[in-house]
Design a protein around this ligand. Structure first.
Ligand SMILES: [Ca+2]
Ligand SMILES: [Ca+2]
Length: 392
């Protein structure tokens, strides 16, 4: 027992100095349970997904890059959600399939990248030997038929920390090049990388929302930052995991200043490679719920909108829980239905005004008469709007 304890401490200390993906560190805590019971129920109820789906029009196709372990692109439940590179489709001048002619037909620097790229093996992506990426993709795509998953592989069990960061940066740049709307990053480590920071910043400047996991080490991230979730960039939403009873999982990292929001993450049922299904647990899964929600919200916009707007919409409409007071910055958990109803409210607001709207939304108009409201000329109008939203 003592040996395990000492070994555990060494691993934790190493983790603080060397970037190692928690995919690597938490493999044992991720629970693969073969398909027994369809358990899509509680997470859907907790985030209001059914109600949200009844509110949407599904205007636009949204591409979500899943930077992970790959994807089973032939999985029956995912096949229709897999992103296709239009520049690598159809026939070339010799009548060969562009997807397998050994040429970079769209000139993006990657040969035959019909379904994304594998930065571990440096070749076109089509499989997932691990399972993590396929599981994440299943959660995201379950939010809307208009979501396209662009899988990018940055990690295998043999990838060391330094290579993981290099692959991550290249994956982010590939996602930017392919003009995705959202990047889902269900991983991370404790080492700050200025190059990785700059890559996520490039994504911000390209209008891409970056949804990142808070990590699975039971740590307070206010004290021990976890990256990329912990970079100070406006396009990042960091996510911790909840159980069925809306409590943060014991294994999840948390932080009143460092983690934005909480979402379902315990024993989540989703897709696994070779056409299978199963359950996995962790902030990875919670992150996928926020990416799916963001994609559903973005699918309602006629054109691209600022990632900050979507982030605010999700955070400000989240459901406040007393138990999350010290766990997340928003003190709240994801609600897709409320976020959808907030559409448009934040478009013309300043930070001060947003604060007031938040008070109105949380406490009701009667209580929103704080000092901050003095700078807000149309408080009553916003309050009315929010009341209408509530009774949608
Ligand atoms: Ca290409
Ligand atoms: Ca080709």
């Amino acid at each position: 027992m003592k040996t395990f304890y000492i070994l555990g401490m060494i691993l934790i200390v190493l983790g603080l100095f060397f970037r190692s993906s928690y995919l690597h560190r938490s493999l044992n805590s991720d629970r693969h349970i073969e398909s027994q019971i369809l358990n899509l129920e509680w997470p859907s109820v907790q985030v209001g997904l059914r109600e949200a789906k009844s509110l949407v029009r599904e205007e636009r196709e949204i591409t979500v890059a899943v930077i992970d372990t790959g994807l089973d692109t032939t999985h029956p439940a995912l096949r229709h959600s897999v992103w296709k590179n239009s520049g690598e489709m159809g026939k070339d001048f010799l009548g060969r399939d562009k997807s397998s002619n050994g040429l970079d037909d769209d000139g993006n620097g990657f040969i035959d990248d019909l379904h994304g790229w594998d930065f571990v093996e440096r070749k076109p992506l089509f499989k997932d030997l691990h399972g993590h990426g396929t599981h994440i993709a299943g959660i995201i795509s379950s939010h809307s038929s208009r979501i396209r998953i662009l899988p990018i592989r940055y990690y295998s069990s043999k990838t060391n920390g330094k290579t993981a960061i290099r692959n991550t940066i290249q994956s982010i740049d590939y996602a930017i090049q392919m003009k995705v709307d959202i990047i889902n990053y269900s991983s991370g480590g404790y080492g700050y990388s200025s190059e990785e920071y700059r890559a996520v910043k490039r994504a911000r400047d390209a209008g891409i929302l970056f949804v990142a996991a808070a990590g699975n080490d039971s740590l307070n991230s206010n004290l021990q930052k976890y990256y990329p979730a912990g970079y100070d960039l406006s396009n990042i939403i960091s996510v911790t995991a909840l159980d069925k009873s809306k409590r943060v999982l014991k294994s999840s990292n948390y932080g009143s200043r460092s983690v934005d929001i909480a979402a379902p993450g315990e024993a989540i049922f989703s897709t696994l490679p070779r056409g299978k299904f199963g359950k996995m647990t962790g902030t990875s899964q919670a992150t996928a719920f926020v990416s799916g929600a963001a994609a559903l919200i973005l699918s309602q916009e006629k054109e691209r909108v600022s990632p900050v707007l979507v982030k605010n919409q999700i955070i400000e409409a989240a459901t406040i829980e007393g138990s999350l007071e010290l766990k997340t910055r928003s003190r709240a958990r994801l609600s897709v239905s409320r976020a959808l109803k907030m559409k448009g409210v934040f478009e013309s607001l300043s930070q001060n005004e947003t604060q007031v709207v938040r008070e109105v939304f949380v406490s009701g108009p009667a209580l929103a008469t704080s000092q901050s409201s003095q700078s807000f000329s149309s408080l009553e109008q916003v309050a009315r709007m929010l009341e209408e939203i509530r009774h949608y």
